[in-house]
Structures are given as C-alpha cells and as structure tokens.
Design a protein around this ligand. Structure first.
Ligand SMILES: NC(=O)C1=CN([C@@H]2O[C@H](COP(=O)(O)OP(=O)(O)OC[C@H]3O[C@@H](n4cnc5c(N)ncnc54)[C@H](OP(=O)(O)O)[C@@H]3O)[C@@H](O)[C@H]2O)C=CC1
Ligand SMILES: O=CC(=O)O
Length: 324
C-alpha cells in the first residue's frame, strides 16, 4: 500500500509527479494561518513530509502519530528539534552539497557588492544623480589581496575559501570546531580563535549553522573587536548575529559595512533600521536561489523521502542516522 506524504512547498511539476507516483500525495503551498487547520488534519495520516522554511516542532508533531520521515529542501535544519525527532523515531533528511557552490557565490556577491558599494552607486545612477565622474567619497575598497575570515569551515566555508584564495589572492583565516587540513593545504588557510579572526580580517564571513552554541555569537563585544574598515557578511542564519548590535555598529562606524542574506526575522520587517542604512547590502535569503540549484535541491529532497520511507540504510543526507 502507498504511504501518505504531505508536500508543503510548491515544486516543479515533474518532481511532484515523482512523489505522486510513489505516494498518496497531499499538497500545500506553504503553511499559513488560512490552511494550518487543514495541514494539522492531514498530519494524522502522514507517513512523510517534504517541504521547506516552515518550523516543524512539537506543536505540530503532536498531531502526526504515524510520521516516519521528514525531507527538508534545505541544508540548514534549525527549523526542527533534531533530538525530539530522534526520540520520536522520525528520520530527518536534508540537501547538503547540491547548494554549496551557489551559496558561496551569493556570499561572494555580497562581499563584492559591499566592498565596491555596488547597490548604493546603482541607486545613485537610477536617481539621475550621476552628473560627473564620482569623487573619492564614493570609492569602494579592494577585495583582492585582503584578508578574509571565515566562521565555520564546512562545505560552504570551504567553497568561499576556494574563491577567496584562487580567485582573489586573499589570505584566508578560519574559525572552526576542528582543523580542516584540506583548506589549510589547498588554500593556505590558517585556523585561529574567533577573537583573533575578528581582529585581523577585512571581511568576516559567517557560514556556521544556527545552534545554541552559535546563536548571537556575533555580539556587540565581538563586533567591537573588528577593524573599523572591516565588512561583515552573513550568508548563514540571521540569529547568529545580534542584529540590534549590528545596526548600532553600522551606525556608529564600529565596522564599515555589512552584506546580509539572512535576518533575525524573515521576511525583514519594512520598518527595520537596516533598510535605511546606506552601508548595508540586503538580500532576501537567496543563498541557493538559482534555477539550477533550487531544482537540484528539490530533486535531492524527493530522492531523500523515497529512500527514507523505503527504510533503506542511512546515507550522507540523513541528519539523524541513529534512528535507523
Ligand atoms: N543563505 C542561505 O540561503 C543558505 C544558508 N545556509 C546556512 O549555512 C550553514 C552551513 O552550511 P554547510 O556549510 O553546508 O554546513 P557544514 O555543516 O558543512 O558547515 C558548518 C561548519 O560549521 C562548523 N561549526 C559548527 N558549530 C561551530 C561552532 N560553534 N564553532 C565553530 N565551528 C562550528 C561545523 O563544524 P563541525 O562539523 O565540527 O560541527 C562545520 O564545519 C547551514 O547550516 C545553513 O544554516 C546554507 C545554505 C544556503
Ligand atoms: O537557507 C537555506 C538552506 O538551505 O539552509
């Protein structure tokens, strides 16, 4: 008998067809206050869930007594309580690797856009204010040959290090739980403490997961360690930075600029003080948002739910293989 799967995100038709071939499929275009009751009712019979961006924790899981697997169309899984899923015997699968390069490219987009003031100057042109050759008040800062400090040297951190070293002749510093010998050998990366990295780096890039140990890691005190000329790039999760402290640091010149793809609250509220700061480049959480990469993530997540519900042995996309 086919198992029951809920798809809670819109995905390309042919991938949805793969799901419909394997499972009794129920679909939701996101979970909103309008359809939440219907989603909760569907959970009663669900063997599997596949989707993205929605926190699925105890408040929803209590209505899902049969649930055996969740496949998230993302690499980050901070929207779940992994220990609780493991206790409940629910397999959690994610989509590492397929989005690594696209996300590293987004991080480099933010590095270049902040350093060269690309958004600010583009707005000046659009406003008709480009009347003569621009003066030094609008000059940017070099990226090449500068020092980049990468927080978290995993898949995306390593891809950023590659771009920095091979493409921009940058010196690479990194802070990680354990040494990454490959990046040390390939990109001459040097591991150091968080404080040393913050003091030395021209560009500080966050590529950490959101965990209790990383939440608000970049506090007012840590921002104060950065050079006044330094630029902070966050391509990971907004809650890793104390956003209020960041706004203050950008307003009072503690640091020069920031490039942000992620925020404490998403979508970023329209009254956020970040919106009016000229020295910030803001993106709407698009780290992996290319046509090719988003498609590959969906394909990977569909593969994952098929594997997980077929009770095949753990593979590298399983977050909690101990569930078995
Ligand atoms: N903006 C966007 O659209 C995207 C954002 N992301 C975010 O990027 C994050 C990283 O992804 P990815 O590179 O694939 O993940 P990885 O797990 O490959 O890399 C994370 C690295 O951070 C290290 N780390 C974890 N905790 C700490 C800590 N307290 N101090 C120092 N290092 C630590 C990990 O070390 P160890 O292995 O030893 O724990 C690991 O090396 C995701 O979790 C997600 O939140 C990802 C994709 C797109
Ligand atoms: O934020 C995106 C992810 O895949 O994680």
């Amino acid at each position: 008998m086919k198992k029951n799967v809920i798809l809670y995100k819109k995905i390309p038709q042919e991938q949805q067809a793969r799901l419909a071939e394997s499972f009794n499929l129920m679909t939701f275009d996101g979970i909103t206050s309008d359809n939440r009751a219907e989603f909760i009712a569907a959970l009663a019979q669900a063997d599997g869930l596949i989707g993205a961006s929605v926190p699925i924790k105890q408040d929803l899981l209590q209505f899902a007594p049969k649930l055996k697997a969740i496949s998230t169309i993302s690499v980050g899984y901070d929207q779940f309580d992994v220990d609780d899923l493991t206790l409940r015997g629910i397999r959690l699968m994610h989509t590492p690797t397929v989005l690594t390069d696209a996300t590293a490219d987004t991080i480099f987009t933010l590095i270049l856009a902040t350093a060269r003031r690309a958004v600010e100057l583009s707005m000046l042109v659009r406003a008709g204010e480009w009347q003569r050759s621009i003066g030094d008040e609008y000059y940017g800062t070099d990226v090449h040959h500068k020092t980049i400090g990468i927080l978290g040297m995993g898949r995306i951190g390593s891809a950023v290090a590659k771009r920095a070293h091979c493409g921009f002749d940058m010196k690479v510093l990194y802070m990680s739980n354990k040494p990454n010998i490959q990046v040390e050998q390939q990109y001459q990366a040097q591991r150091c403490s968080l404080d040393e990295l913050l003091q030395r780096a021209d560009f500080v890039c966050i590529t950490l997961p959101l965990l209790p140990s990383t939440e608000r890691l970049i506090s007012a005190e840590k921002l104060a360690l950065m050079k006044p000329s330094a630029i902070l790039i966050n391509g990971a999760r907004g809650k890793i930075v104390d956003q209020q402290a960041l706004v203050a640091a950008l307003q009072n010149g503690t640091i020069k600029a920031a490039g942000l793809d992620v925020f404490e609250v998403e979508p970023l509220p329209s009254n956020s003080p970040l919106i009016v700061l000229p020295n910030v480049v803001l993106l709407p959480h698009i780290g992996s948002a290319t046509i090719e990469t988003r498609y590959n993530m969906v394909r990977c997540a569909v593969d994952n739910i098929i594997v997980a519900l077929a009770e095949q042995p753990p593979n590298e996309n399983w977050v909690n293989p101990q569930v078995g």
